[in-house]
Design a binder for this molecule. Structure first.
Ligand code: ARG
Length: 563
């Protein structure tokens, strides 16, 4: 039941000649103070048309109201204020939530069409950065939101597994590396070799030449080059997968840059034959002056392809293979121009579907105020962060609930959940600072706070020890319960809004508000007393825990039943 719709219909009875349904619907506000009502309609803009004071219009509107869902309507100055019938509202909303379970808040407008989500996409032989963490968790949540509104998400890990750096890495490995060292600590060792290559190359420029030669061999299918490249990739993936396992993230495809090696010719040929690209000093270039963008370099004069060449082939492949309704790229804001160029080149080809491609950027994470960089070796190992937060969570659990049976498991859910939640609670474009001790806190606007609130609701239900009767009438009058109910009722709209904006923080902020409202209710009412409203109160507790769990799930955060 959409209560705003219901109120809009009542208002239209009076002003329907002058305003459309949509106008009215969009003008309805939620009053700042709940004493003023649950929904309000400002009559100012009608004064001119009706040649009447807004106060009088508001009076007319409330006089015409008649609906059992509205307990009273009052004109307060220029506003028509509506108070909803709390018992009816509680009965309808809670029964819907309990009946629909995890499907509450589902939408169908995605119509089963595919949404590809390019996410995580770290570079082989390099550590996964905090930026890749952001892409992973934001992408994962966006994919879940897409599924929730009826799309079918396709999570793609566009691994950075191709490029001249692999020639350099092979040289580095052959000169200074060993199999044992790589096996012992693959990414750290490969990074060391890569960094060493650059240091040595400053003294000895000849090395760059060797690097290029080995990359050429790799491109030409030289068996040794290929064997080493594949091995670097396998070992790197083993490490990445450990992090994905901890985060509970799975991919539908690991088609990385190398996957497009045999798929680029088609695009490059088309760009040339359609005269979209020009040849400048032997290089293939698309000029994008009309888009206020720098030219896109598609192929170097030595024939080497680039990052964007592979993205062009990938875009076309995804359109053909998945026939996407939306194609999303969750990549840091520093690549904004790359994606503008990518879309512009596709647009030049006349491929309108580039409009369905969306770069979803995000800001930087700083650690204690400092920007993180991999290049200088100042890397924060993601796994380390997740392990540290798990340890911290375990300490807090030991202090709060030492008898908890599966402590280690819960500590992981809380520790990892805390990091993920912290990443998702701010608007994704915001930069934010990461201080582990603030993130793993059971109080404040944190993941553990929301998890803890839900665990508290679960414990109330366990103590009550009885089934909720969803056939009995549900009635809840008090103000604290009312705040919780209004939030619950709005959850489907929150889901829709978050999906449309590709903004998981909308969900994170919602679950924080719901947890806060529930804790106020908990602090101010005696839930477990035996009276005629016990069943109603338990229904509220159950609906709350259910939605907190669902909301956390949309963020990729687990919900322990006890903690
Ligand atoms: N591997 C790239 C990086 O770490 C991100 C790739 C993003 N996806 C894409 N289709 N370009 O910077």
């Amino acid at each position: 039941m959409d209560y705003k719709k219901l109120v809009a219909e009542q208002i239209l009875k009076t002003v329907g000649e002058h305003l459309s349904y949509d106008d009215v619907y969009n003008m309805i506000e939620v009053p700042k103070y709940s004493e003023h009502g649950d929904l309000a309609f400002p009559a100012f803009s009608l004064a001119k048309i009706l040649r009447k004071a807004p106060q009088a219009i508001a009076e007319d509107i409330v006089a015409g109201v008649e609906d059992e869902h509205i307990s009273k309507a009052v004109a307060t100055g220029p506003y028509a204020n509506f108070f909803l019938n709390r018992d009816k509202f509680a009965d309808e909303v809670l029964k819907t939530v309990l009946e629909q379970g995890e499907h509450y808040g589902d939408w169908t407008f995605g119509e089963g069409r595919n949404v590809t989500v390019d996410m995580s996409s770290p570079n082989i032989a390099k550590p996964m950065s905090m930026g890749h963490l952001r892409s992973t968790v934001i992408g994962n949540s966006i994919a879940k939101l897409a599924d929730k509104v009826g799309y079918n998400s396709v999570k793609i890990n566009h691994l950075g597994d191709w490029g001249t750096q692999f020639g350099k890495l092979i040289v580095g490995y052959k000169k200074w590396g060993s199999e044992e060292a790589v096996l012992a600590d693959p990414i750290a060792e490969l990074l060391r070799l890569y960094v060493k290559f650059h240091e040595e190359a400053e003294e000895d420029p000849e090395l760059e030449e060797q690097g290029r030669a080995w990359f050429k061999k790799l491109e030409d299918g030289d068996p040794e080059a290929e064997r080493l490249w594949k091995w670097f990739k396998t070992e790197s993936l083993k490490e990445f997968n450990r992090v994905y396992d901890m985060l509970g993230v799975e991919f539908d495809s690991y088609a990385g840059e190398a996957f497009y090696n045999d798929k680029m010719d088609e695009v490059v040929d088309l760009l040339e034959t359609e005269k979209i690209a020009t040849i400048d000093n032997g290089a293939t270039v698309v000029h994008l002056d009309n888009y206020d963008l720098p030219p896109a370099l598609i192929k170097k004069s030595d024939g080497a392809t680039l990052y964007i060449t592979r993205d062009l082939a990938a875009a076309l492949y995804r359109k053909r293979n998945y026939d996407f309704a939306k194609s999303i790229y969750v990549v840091g804001n520093e690549q904004a121009n790359h994606f503008r160029q990518l879309k512009a080149v596709l647009n030049e080809m006349g491929w309108d579907w580039q409009e369905q491609m969306q770069h979803i950027p995000f800001g930087l994470i700083t650690l204690g105020g400092k920007k993180l960089s991999t290049r200088k070796g100042k890397i924060v190992l993601l796994e380390q962060v997740l392990n540290d937060s798990t340890k911290l969570a375990l300490e807090q659990i030991e202090a709060k609930n030492p008898d908890l049976p599966n402590k280690e498991e819960v500590a992981k859910q809380v520790g990892v959940g805390a990091v993920v939640f912290h990443d998702l609670k701010n608007d994704r474009m915001n930069n934010f600072d990461f201080v582990l001790e603030d993130v793993v806190q059971f109080e404040g606007e944190t993941g553990p706070y929301v998890q803890y609130t839900r665990a508290r609701a679960m414990s109330i239900l366990r103590k009550a020890g009885k089934e909720i009767d969803t056939t009995a009438p549900i009635a809840l009058e008090d103000d604290y319960a009312w705040e919780v109910l209004k939030l619950i009722e709005n959850y489907p709209n929150v889901v829709k809004f978050a999906e449309e904006k590709a903004e998981p923080s909308v969900i994170a902020k919602f679950v924080i508000s719901l947890a806060q409202a529930f804790n106020k209710y908990y602090a101010n009412s005696r839930i477990l007393v035996e009276d005629e409203n016990l069943n109603s109160r338990l229904a509220l507790v159950d609906a709350t825990q259910s939605i907190l769990k669902q909301g956390l799930d949309l963020l990729g955060v687990e919900s322990p039943d006890e903690m």
